[in-house]
Ligand binder design. Sequence first.
Ligand SMILES: C[S@@+](CC[C@H](N)C(=O)[O-])C[C@H]1O[C@@H](n2cnc3c(N)ncnc32)[C@H](O)[C@@H]1O
Length: 262
Amino acid sequence: MNDRKPQNSASVAAAPIDCDEEEARLASRSLAAGDPTGWFEALYAAGASGRVTMPFDRAEAHPLLVEWADNRQLAGRGQRAIVVGCGLGADAEYISSRGFSTVAFDISETAIQVARRRHQATTVDYVVADLLNPRPQWTHGFDLVIEIITVQALPEPPRRQAITNISRLVGAGGTLIVVAAAPGNDHNSSELPPWPLTRDDIETFAADGLTIANIETISLPDSPSSHRWRVELYAAVRRTPATPNSESIVVHRSLHPLTERR
Ligand SMILES: C[S@@+](CC[C@H](N)C(=O)[O-])C[C@H]1O[C@@H](n2cnc3c(N)ncnc32)[C@H](O)[C@@H]1O
């Protein structure tokens, strides 16, 4: 599907520039101005205009989400899910297809517009919202919360607040699944995102009464030095604040033959 606006004859010849270059430019300007989230909308708008390639463009759900859902034969009928920083909607559509009544939100208005346009027959409720100021009615409101590579795009601050706010979306008896970059050799810039999540970041997800059920670090087949966290947490049937659980299982393995596209 073509997400670009019609181009005039002068711009037809101009191929879009790589969104990674534009991401670096916009993110460094935004971060220097003390605005850690302002660049997302600018980047998606540049993608939607055809000036740069569409950022965070994935047609398929994230392979680590799909594998996790398949392994546990995830069936969401009668349950509510929310997708954090949903971007263009691939993960939200997937989780909706597994039966969940699904809300998906992003800070970027353009990303939400493109997601709605791409998935016109969708039952997903796509919403423009800021994780740092989430809707009060979402607190403890979901059976399944999905966070895929949003937090790694945020510096500290506001990273810890973002993590806490994600955990607060999980309802009693609910599950949070987190997929994120883990420390490795492939991220050589500390100035620009993504910033891999540390073990401390992962433990912070457990701060609002969640328990870590499983932590994996997974190598990507096309880039063995790239590692991803996949972390599953759950909330007690009656939620009470708890200390982070350190007795979690840590598994390291290789992801094969699945691949991840950013
Ligand atoms: C690295 S992209 C990942 C997008 C999508 N999760 C994926 O896996 O393709 C990070 C996403 O988080 C969104 N985002 C960043 N800060 C946010 C915030 N404070 N509230 C909601 N969304 C946010 C961005 O607009 C962007 O779509």
